[in-house]
Design a binder for this molecule. Structure first.
Ligand SMILES: Cc1cc2nc3c(=O)[nH]c(=O)nc-3n(C[C@H](O)[C@H](O)[C@H](O)COP(=O)(O)OP(=O)(O)OC[C@H]3O[C@@H](n4cnc5c(N)ncnc54)[C@H](O)[C@@H]3O)c2cc1C
Length: 321
């Protein structure tokens, strides 16, 4: 038998977006709960230095995460460590958010801020050197590699675009691709072929990332055609082989793009009334801490208005209304 708890708002995910939404919900005196499967902070906990969050010129990701969580709690946020398994909207407009602890949280509004997961290479050294040479975000970490020789792994639009971007900092950028042609659009390809700082290494698979106490030192590569192995000295390795938004928690149809990112209106509401989305799992141009908290601010304020309209009968209960 499930335990049922009722709220006005359920926030799913405790990264920057979720913590910011919880802070605003607290300030707005909403009865809200934030459900986070791990320690609050999201991707900030996997980020060493953050140099582009206004007011903090140079801050450790985990310190920023602690400050955001403490700020939300100071405004009354109720943060619970629970893994959300499903989100379903009933016909009466109430959401049922089920967790692996057997609790069903009920509320007329949900802000989904569950972020996404960069696809990993899954080779030795990748996790060990994450934040010490290995990165999944060029905008975030590119500036740490000024004048250095680095590698980008991947062959799609993200890999090719970010390789070009990284040449504004790095002296040399190798693009390593396991095939002999890119999937990226032709215009992006032309840009990197014309960039003298970029060298493409075709038909190579990364076998291992090797380093020492100071961080990454080289990659062990294998030729996918001949099987030959060789070493590539680099101090940075940016991996762009995919990113999956954690949008599969919603068990009803919700508008999304081809990669599963949720489509919202300018109030961050999805195609399901009462279901809002903020941060990395939303369709948008860039994914940063600033954009995540910006989305969350809008979503939390929009929820207040949504609940008011709902109480006055101005919001329909049916999906798609
Ligand atoms: C290596 C790296 C470095 C970065 N560096 C920077 C930087 O320097 N500057 C910058 O601006 N941005 C940086 N970013 C991007 C930034 O971290 C993200 O844009 C930001 O964290 C997005 O916030 P979010 O709240 O949308 O998602 P996330 O931070 O991903 O948080 C999502 C949260 O949801 C939780 N969650 C997921 N599924 C469930 C579930 N089923 N139940 C409960 N909880 C769940 C997760 O545990 C996580 O805590 C970096 C990203 C990476 C990967």
């Amino acid at each position: 038998m499930s335990r049922i708890e009722e709220f006005e708002l359920i926030i799913v995910g405790g990264g920057p977006a979720g913590l910011c939404a919880a802070m605003y919900a607290g300030r707005g005196m909403l009865r809200a709960v934030l459900l986070e499967r791990g320690v609050p902070g999201g991707e900030l906990l996997n980020t060493e230095w953050v140099d582009d969050y206004p007011g903090f010129e140079h801050v450790l990701g985990r310190d920023l995460a602690h400050k955001m969580a403490a700020h939300a709690v100071a405004f009354g946020a109720d943060i619970r460590q629970e893994n959300v398994e499903s989100i379903v909207r009933r016909e009466d407009g109430i959401f049922e958010v089920a967790t692996s602890m057997g609790t069903v949280y009920e509320a007329p509004a949900v802000i989904l801020t569950a972020g996404g997961t960069p696809t990993k290479l899954g080779v030795p050294g990748e996790l060990e050197y994450a934040g010490r040479g290995v990165s999944y975000c060029a905008v975030c970490d590119g500036a740490f590699f000024k004048g250095e020789t680095i590698a980008v792994v991947g062959g799609g639009d993200a890999a090719v675009e970010e390789a070009d971007y990284l040449t504004r900092y790095a002296e040399k950028v190798y693009v390593i691709h396991r095939r002999d042609e890119f999937r990226a659009s032709k215009i992006l390809q032309e840009r990197i072929f014309a960039n003298p700082k970029i060298e493409v290494i075709w038909n190579r698979r990364v076998l291992e990332l090797v380093g020492g106490p100071a961080g990454l030192r080289h990659l062990e590569l294998e030729d996918t055609v001949t099987g030959e192995r060789h070493t590539l000295p680099v101090t940075g390795c940016f991996i762009f082989i995919g990113f999956s938004p954690n949008s599969g928690l919603i068990k009803q149809h919700v508008a999304h793009d081809a990669s599963g990112y949720l489509i919202t209106d300018d109030r961050m509401m999805t195609s399901i009334p009462g279901l809002f989305a903020a941060g990395d799992l939303r369709v948008q141009l860039t994914r940063q801490v600033t954009t995540a908290v910006g989305d969350a601010t809008t979503a939390a304020i929009a929820v207040e208005k949504f609940l008011k309209d709902r109480r006055s009968g101005a919001v329909g209960a049916q999906v798609g209304v």
